[in-house]
Design a protein around this ligand. Structure first.
Ligand SMILES: Nc1ncnc2c1ncn2[C@@H]1O[C@H](COP(=O)(O)OP(=O)(O)OP(=O)(O)O)[C@@H](O)[C@H]1O
Ligand SMILES: [Mg+2]
Length: 267
């Protein structure tokens, strides 16, 4: 039962001075699912991701991670790189690609950082076995293929379109061979056709790579098409949990978020 949960979040509260970013939040993420967290700006979605990845340390509650089956660990108090090494990868709300490096090098950094060189070491090509380096090269090529960027492997990342950058970030996160991938607004800033491609890619990550997905996204079309279950945050609290159908019909959610989101358009 417990092993079916990748993340078990129990009553976490996160405060910054007087600001309560997360208020007694509980959430269960099952292995293999595509789970979404939605809610208005400032609701605490990114704070939740930061808490799950060891970037923020909630003052109260518990977060149990069972990324690699059979091993459960407590996340609160753990450093971010340690959480990452346990099979948790993420992308960021604001794009964080290295524009001066090629597409290929950006993905390779993900692979190398996971081999223990660290981002800085990976960038200056720290001394490592040829075997390990070849492995990273192969993984990077495979992942570029997977996300549809192989033909752009040698272009500078700064020359990529916005949609391509977002795919590159997913490839780089996958290079750490995660069990679970946290995506913070992966479709932000993309056009409608790029959104469709991203929807397909995210589903493919779960279906073909077996990676569980936790998704923050404001685009309701995308999120309702992808997510099997959703949590809704408002002012740091969970106000609803359920299937897309249940969430769409939930009065509190419509009032707090969906009403506003649907009038804001399908952008
Ligand atoms: N490092 C921090 N220091 C102080 N306050 C913070 C910090 N991080 C988040 N907060 C506060 O926590 C609250 C939730 O912010 P968060 O970024 O988690 O919201 P969000 O749901 O991701 O919003 P958005 O949809 O705009 O990205 C906000 O009031 C924010 O100002
Ligand atoms: Mg956010």
């Amino acid at each position: 039962m417990i092993d079916e949960l990748i993340f078990n979040v129990e009553n976490i509260t996160l405060r910054f001075g007087g600001v309560v970013s997360l208020n007694n939040v509980s959430l269960e993420m099952r292995r293999g699912e595509i789970l979404a967290v939605i809610g208005p700006n400032g609701a605490g979605k990114t704070s939740l991701f930061n808490s799950l990845t060891g970037v923020y340390q909630p003052q109260e509650g518990r977060i149990t991670l069972s990324a690699k089956s059979g091993r459960s660990v407590s996340v609160i108090g753990m450093k971010a790189h340690r959480v990452s090494s346990l099979g948790v990868a993420r992308t960021f709300q604001a794009s964080r690609i290295f524009g001066a490096l090629t597409t290929f090098e950006n993905v390779k950094i993900g692979a190398e950082s996971h081999r223990g060189i660290g981002i800085a070491g990976a960038m200056v090509r720290g001394p490592r076995t040829r075997h390990g380096e070849r492995e990273s090269d192969e993984l990077a090529v495979d992942l570029l293929d997977f996300v549809g960027l192989r033909s752009k492997a040698n272009l500078l990342a700064s020359s990529l379109s916005y949609g391509d950058r977002r795919r590159l970030e997913i490839a780089r996160a996958l290079a750490t061979r995660p069990q679970v991938l946290l995506l913070d607004e992966p479709a932000a800033g993309t056009n409608p056709s790029e959104k469709l491609e991203l929807t397909e890619l995210i589903r493919k990550v779960r279906d073909e790579r077996g990676v569980s997905i936790l998704l923050i996204e404001h685009d309701m079309k995308l999120v309702m098409a992808l997510a099997e279950r959703l949590y809704v945050l408002n002012f740091g609290s969970v106000i609803a949990e359920g299937t897309p159908e249940e969430i769409r019909a939930n009065e509190a959610v419509i009032e707090a978020y969906l009403g506003a989101a649907s009038t804001a358009g399908d952008s």
